[in-house]
Design a protein. Structure first.
Length: 394
């Protein structure tokens, strides 16, 4: 299948437009990284405490942020989590301890900040632990139990928690729990005396220590560096060293623009984003190799032509394949970005940006580097690299 036949676009004639486009986005990204927003490392890399909160209604992020500020929690990162219909929010706190105390501290701070107009002397059933509920039932003793009260009330408390978390999705809408599986009617009837219901429930708390985050940053950087070095060696062996250098410069250009876009939009870079960036390094390299391979084939057939004409011809000949492959891939990751939810938002955003930039750079960056290098050698009276057939492919 071909989109174009006998197309003859002068890509190299537009190289200065391409250069201006790349400079604008590269410089904007660098300025953002160095002076404005920095690299927005996610909690995986910088350490911190993540609190997952579910609401009984559509959460108002502005109201949540105001409540955090009133409670003394400055600059928390608040974002919708998972599908919008689930009414879940992810709150990233600055607590960087790694103890069990930090887990309880993060949960307590969120609950204290979001609870408003709590009745005096009552506890929030949506955020009460099974131990808290059991202790209340034992003090109240609504079932008038004897010596085995602790065992039975422990089971009753667990039945309430299971109903809240597994059946009602983490947030109770009513204190009328007489239909909860395994819950005694007497125990259910006693709950309004000691509990009230807030409009939210803390579902989970996660912490990542700063030392672990630092190690992950180092490993992510090394993984990227090793992939670039491996690419340079491979292309230098298969083609010429200038081909490898052009490919590495191209991939560095793609990565810089992608990371710069994350910095400009203040989107966290998580482990899944790093995985997307490494995927894009391979994807961009593959697209560049297709163009390079056609250039090498045409060099054998068009020995008397200028390299710039050979490169232009090669890009045009592979254009249909490039659009077909990149277009289908782009549609897939675009669907992932639009419908994948907040959990996959960073990963899919990196792929969307990277595929667009990676496809563009294979044409607009990698190929002009080859021509510019040959022109530089000709100006110094040296033999043009690559005008010979290149190394034979085995």
């Amino acid at each position: 299948m071909e989109f174009f036949r006998n197309v003859n676009i002068d890509f190299l004639g537009k190289k200065w437009y391409f250069l201006a486009f790349s400079l604008v986005f590269s410089v904007a990204g660098v300025l953002s990284i160095l002076f404005w927003h920095g690299i927005p490392w996610g909690v995986d890399f910088r350490g911190g405490t993540l609190v997952y909160v579910k609401f009984s209604h559509t959460p108002d992020l502005g109201a949540i942020r105001s409540a955090m500020d009133r409670a003394g929690l400055k600059d928390p990162k608040i974002q919708p989590y998972d599908q919008p219909a689930l009414n879940e929010v992810l709150i990233d706190l600055g607590i960087r301890e790694t103890s069990e105390k930090a887990l309880d501290e993060g949960k307590t701070k969120i609950i204290n900040a979001l609870e408003t107009n709590a009745p005096a002397g009552k506890q929030d059933l949506n955020n009460a632990s099974s131990l808290t509920i059991k202790n209340y039932l034992m003090d109240k003793d609504p079932m008038h139990l004897g010596t085995d009260a602790e065992v039975k009330y422990t089971a009753q408390a667990q039945a309430i928690v299971n109903y809240r978390d597994k059946v009602m999705g983490g947030v109770l809408a009513s204190l009328d729990l007489k239909n909860a599986p395994g819950l005694d009617p007497a125990a259910a009837a006693s709950l309004p005396d000691g509990f009230f219901l807030s409009d939210f429930g803390v579902r989970n708390v996660e912490i990542v220590g700063p030392q672990v985050g630092g190690q992950l940053r180092t490993q992510a950087g090394l993984a990227t560096l090793y992939s670039l070095l491996g690419m340079l060696v491979y292309l230098g062996f298969r083609f010429e060293w200038i081909y490898g250098i052009a490919a590495v410069v191209t991939v560095f250009h793609d990565t810089l623009i992608t990371v710069g876009a994350f910095s400009l939009t203040k989107t966290d870079i998580s482990l899944t984003v790093i995985a997307a960036l490494l995927t894009l390094i391979g994807y961009s390299n593959n697209d560049t190799i297709v163009v390079f391979d056609r250039i090498r084939e045409n060099i054998k057939l068009m020995r008397r032509e200028k390299l710039s004409e050979i490169v232009n011809r090669s890009i045009n000949q592979t254009l249909s394949r490039t659009i077909l492959t990149a277009g289908l891939t782009f549609l897939t990751v675009l669907a992932l970005f639009l419908f994948g939810g907040e959990v996959l938002r960073g990963f899919s955003l990196a792929l969307v940006i990277g595929i667009l930039i990676g496809t563009y750079s294979s044409i607009a960056i990698a190929a002009p580097i080859l021509v510019a290098y040959q022109d530089w050698r000709l100006e110094r009276g040296k033999r043009p690299v690559g005008m010979q057939a290149g190394k034979a492919s085995k």
